[in-house]
Design a protein around this ligand. Structure first.
Ligand code: GLU
Length: 550
């Protein structure tokens, strides 16, 4: 067979050669130790938290080494694509502060010298390399229909042979030029397959940066390079793109490990240096039903979507901090030793990533987020809550805008002191957190150890002794004094010793006031709350609670 003739027949409109693209996309002039990494999602309109995690790991790896992190859109599977799918991914990354050096910036805009960064715009490049493989006798057209392939598979199953298109089963390997030409003239659709040079008795070995040394049999399958529409498969696009974009480290989900023999073979036949691989284990979650672990699922778990965190209003700083704790198990220790250091200063290492899947723990994220939010100033909390509310809770945004000074005072409660309160994990929480400041309470969480009469007595008396000008230091002793006068122990300890001598203790008294003013038993500092509400509102609420109790 004349391979040149075959290559011309299949790719008559391809005039360039691999050398043209090698020259167009030269080796990057970066220090030897700099890593070039990429995030390469399909534009499905859904960014999985595992995707954000992989992107973050790629970004860290590149940034830390002084390299390049880029975004490539893998849109070769038209069935999975949705409208504005690229935008959703870019927004997801931007919302959580992951910035790219190169690649897609929007549905069509991009930045960088190694593009196009969208696979659907790279058809000529793939075909050029495929044409070259045909020329060199390393690829061939295959006209087998789905039915024929199914027949082969069934026969293989019956004879207990490995399934697939390889060796003796690769019928189209042996077609003559005339047969191929006739098929094409008759308009028969075809794919282009790799003529695998692999031998199942030989093994490939590679050093995965996360999983360590991996050994597998060589690939013997004549895998598809170009589909019937001339669009490449993931395998072929991966080899061509990561070579031409000069990726040094391919960081991707570990569902691709089983395909690594195909990829290494492709790099070899194409004459490319193989990149280093780092295969990330999926993020797992505790399964309530089975008690075991399972992958975080797009279908079952709302928290699988990155948009979930944005809608709930988790600050990006907290999410990234959390991702680092599940990425490198030594991060938490580092953080404990360096509480004020910048996250970027942590020495992130691929080799410190968990080989099994990291367990996603929303409670942990909440803790990290509370710890972060409690360090922000009231102005920052106000601005960021307003940003969040403007996108996801318009009514609340209006309230915040119309009452800026008041809202600032609410957010200022127990903030900026040595031990700030940690009530807010996400901006969404501020709606409940601030509610009783904007509305008089409707429900009252009264304690049940006091009678209505006792509570009315406490409230009536408290209104009388309350003094607008008292300081925080004066405030509690006064409540204590009043409690004693009304027959309550001045400390819980004293009450516990002789409970029959008292109606209750000072804590119960304070609680009645707190519930009357806020409706709740658990709130920040009551003195500060009353200060923020103001004297008139405070007395109105006490009177209202008394009359509701009657
Ligand atoms: N488009 C592939 C995916 O979304 C990318 C895998 C890779 O990073 O190479 O799974």
């Amino acid at each position: 067979m004349d391979n040149n003739k075959l290559a011309e027949l299949l790719f008559s409109d391809i005039e360039k050669t691999p050398a043209d693209f090698e020259a167009k996309y030269p080796k990057r002039s970066l220090p030897r130790t700099a890593c070039v990494t990429r995030f390469a999602p399909s534009p499905t309109g859904f960014l999985h938290i595992g995707g954000l995690f992989a992107a973050f790991v790629g970004e860290r790896t590149a940034k830390k080494s002084g390299g390049v992190f880029y975004l490539r859109i893998e849109d070769t599977d038209k069935k999975r694509e949705v409208e504005n799918g690229v935008g959703a991914i870019i927004k997801g990354l931007a919302d959580f502060g992951i910035t790219i050096d190169e690649g897609m910036l929007g549905e069509t805009e991009s930045i960088g010298e190694y593009g196009p960064y969208m696979q659907s715009k790279r058809k000529e490049i793939y075909q050029t390399y495929c044409k070259d493989l045909v020329k060199r006798g390393l690829a061939y057209p295959c006209f087998c229909t789905a039915e024929e392939l199914e027949k082969i598979r069934k026969a293989q199953e019956e004879n207990k042979q490995n399934p697939g298109y390889y060796g003796e089963f690769a019928k189209c390997r042996n077609l003559s030029f005339e047969e191929i030409e006739a098929n094409i003239k008759n308009g028969k659709p075809y794919v282009v397959r790799l003529k695998s040079q692999g031998d199942e008795n030989r093994r490939i070995k590679f050093d995965d940066a996360i999983k360590g040394e991996i050994e597998m049999p060589e690939n013997v399958q004549d895998i598809v390079l170009l589909k019937t529409d001339g669009i490449p498969t993931y395998h072929f696009a991966h080899a061509v793109d990561d070579h031409l974009m000069r990726t040094t480290d391919v960081i991707r989900g570990d569902e691709w490990i089983s395909s690594a023999p195909i990829h290494l073979q492709l790099f070899e036949v194409l004459g490319f240096d193989a990149p280093r691989y780092a295969h990330i284990s999926p993020i797992m979650k505790e399964d309530a039903e089975t008690g075991g672990k399972r992958k975080l699922s797009k279908r079952k778990d709302p928290e699988a979507a990155v948009s979930y965190y944005h809608e709930a209003g988790y600050p990006k700083e907290a999410v990234l901090e959390y991702l680092l704790t599940i990425a490198n198990s030594n991060f938490e220790e580092w953080r404990a030793e360096n509480p004020n250091a910048k996250r970027e200063d942590f020495d992130f290492k691929l080799s410190n990533m968990s080989k099994a899947g990291a367990l996603f723990d929303l409670m942990k994220l909440n803790d990290i987020s509370k710890n972060y939010i409690c360090t922000l100033s009231k102005e920052e909390v106000y601005e960021r809550t307003l940003d969040w509310a403007s996108a996801y809770n318009k009514d609340f945004a209006e309230i915040l805008k119309n009452n800026k000074e008041y809202a600032l005072r609410i957010f200022g409660i127990e903030r900026g002191n040595e031990k700030p309160r940690k009530d807010i994990a996400k901006w969404e929480d501020t709606v409940e957190y601030t509610k009783y400041f904007f509305e008089k309470p409707e429900n009252f969480e009264w304690q049940d150890n006091l009678s209505k009469e006792d509570m009315i007595e406490i409230l009536t008396e408290y209104k009388n002794v309350y003094d607008k000008s008292e300081t925080q230091e004066e405030w509690f002793p006064k409540v204590r004094e009043m409690a004693e006068r009304l027959g309550y122990a001045k400390a819980p300890k004293i009450y516990k010793k002789n409970p029959d001598d008292f109606k209750g203790h000072v804590g119960d008294v304070a609680s009645v006031i707190r519930v009357a003013v806020t409706g709740r038993r658990n709130t920040p500092d009551l003195y500060e709350i009353i200060q923020v509400l103001g004297y008139d509102e405070f007395t109105e609420r006490i009177d209202r609670a008394i009359s509701l109790l009657k």
